[in-house]
Design a protein around this ligand. Structure first.
Ligand SMILES: [Zn+2]
Length: 228
């Protein structure tokens, strides 16, 4: 098996799983996985039907966006993915979707406060809104790179969609699902026009510190791999 085969396979499998579950639609969104021990990642191609995708269509790029393997044009958000892997050594998988409920919250610029224990444990202290920048631009890349330094694992991009991380692809998929559940519950609660209750601050902080501890462990492992 080729060095990158398992990564390419994982990207295709996950893209199709997320399409079947309704988080990815047609050709919208993109996802990638870090190639362990290398400054590289495998990413979905630009504007290509997820259900027709095969591992051969996946692009492997280094952090300078040089193509290491692949024959398709890589996702227009590849620069954003590369920037995230560089500022967040704890992140090994990135999923960007246009999932509906999280997207709806971006239209009213409503960040999600800590509403549920599992949200604080896996997504972070809150789900913030990253200000609008057009897709595929350097402006979007730098705005995103700045915001993701807060160690949270889920963000909402204004008038666009969701951006979710995981220490592995499975966790990133779970986090996409947690985000959509939180977004829907929050939207429904907002519609009631009654006060929305949050989890106690101390619980939020304990959950977030567990997430931070996990992130530090992943970061140490990746640094060790780079040194091999
Ligand atoms: Zn998008």
């Amino acid at each position: 098996m080729n060095t990158y085969d398992e990564y390419k396979q994982l990207v295709v499998q996950t893209a199709q799983e997320l399409t079947h579950k309704g988080y990815l639609m047609a050709t919208g969104g993109n996802l990638s996985v870090r190639v362990g021990g290398q400054n590289a990642f495998a990413v979905t191609p630009s504007n290509f039907d997820y259900l027709k995708m095969t591992p051969d269509d996946i692009c492997v790029l280094d952090f300078d966006l040089q193509m290491l393997e692949g024959h398709m044009a890589p996702s227009v958000e590849s620069a954003m993915h590369a920037a995230i892997y560089q500022v967040r050594p704890d992140v090994n998988a990135i999923v960007h979707t246009h999932q509906v409920y999280a997207s709806a919250l971006t239209l009213i610029k409503a960040p999600i406060p800590a509403l549920f224990d599992e949200q604080a444990r896996f997504l972070g202290r809150s789900v913030e809104i990253i200000p609008y920048a057009p897709s595929g631009t350097g402006m979007l890349k730098s705005t995103v790179a700045k915001h993701v330094k807060n160690h949270n694992n889920a963000f909402m991009m204004q008038n666009h969609g969701a951006l979710v991380f995981g220490h592995d692809m499975q966790r990133a998929v779970y986090n996409v699902e947690i985000l959509e559940k939180c977004a829907l519950a929050y939207l429904l609660a907002l519609c009631s026009e009654r006060k929305v209750s949050k989890i106690p601050l101390v619980v939020r902080e304990i959950a977030f510190s567990k997430l931070r501890k996990d992130q530090e462990k992943v970061k140490r492992n990746e640094v060790a791999k780079q040194g091999e």
